[in-house]
Ligand binder design. Sequence first.
Ligand SMILES: CCc1cc2c(cc1OS(N)(=O)=O)CC[C@@H]1[C@@H]2CC[C@]2(C)[C@@H](O)CC[C@@H]12
Ligand SMILES: [Zn+2]
Length: 267
Amino acid sequence: MSLDWGYTDDNGPSTWAEKYPLAAGARQSPVDIDTSKATSDNSLVDREIDWSYPSNCSYRIVNTGYGWRVDTYGDDTALSGGPLSEVYKLEQFHCHWGATNDEGSEHTVDGKSYAAELHLVHWNSEKYSSFKEAASQPDGLAVLGVFMEIGNADNAELEKIISLIPKIIHKGQDSQASFDLDFGSLLPESKHYWTYLGSLTTPPCNECVIWTVFKEPITISERQLEVFRSLKSVGEEDAIEPEEGKLVKNYRPPLPLGNRVLRECGP
Ligand SMILES: CCc1cc2c(cc1OS(N)(=O)=O)CC[C@@H]1[C@@H]2CC[C@]2(C)[C@@H](O)CC[C@@H]12
Ligand SMILES: [Zn+2]
């Protein structure tokens, strides 16, 4: 059965606007971060971005058909400060990658792609009553974007996620994810970032995200990234050849920043 959207030539990002008109909007994500266009803003410095995640807030990992996603209990989590006017709660985190290491991130920096990009997804629980409601509001979601570059060593925290991927190879499969995760290790040491108003990077492309993209990447090993690429975009029942249906790329190329403001905090 053909997907109504995906990342192949016949259903990829250039076709999404046919069925998902928001994809053609003026506040779309990702964007290329043109560092010469970034403006410093003292208000970002005055209210340092701050987060708190209990290590046991993850409960499930699922193969969405477009990648893996770890679902979290948001009650005791909090993201605040920086570009945010309210406290946001962690809903889930997931990742985007490419077929080779010279592509894979969604945001790019002066045209440079990273090998992958981690998204920590939060919703404005002060103003809205659910994640779903927040995803229809211009200030509903806050996503932290973390670039991932290839390093020699495995990333020990990511390994806790990667060790579960063999249980969710096919679309729709899920597994309990009750690992203890040190989120501090999934975020860069430096809190320097760029921020702008954007959207979901997949259909329906709602323009509901305040994006915060950290300047400093974290590392992932080649082996670990290959495990991501072993995920399948089809269900177990879909009779396909073993090499078919592999999720080797799930990133949307950048869209124009247009007349949006790109702010930065830190050099
Ligand atoms: C920000 C993370 C996120 C949330 C959503 C999607 C995609 C997302 O990833 S991304 N890369 O961060 O933009 C696509 C499906 C969307 C969901 C937000 C909530 C919905 C819009 C539901 O209401 C129906 C479809 C859902
Ligand atoms: Zn994402």
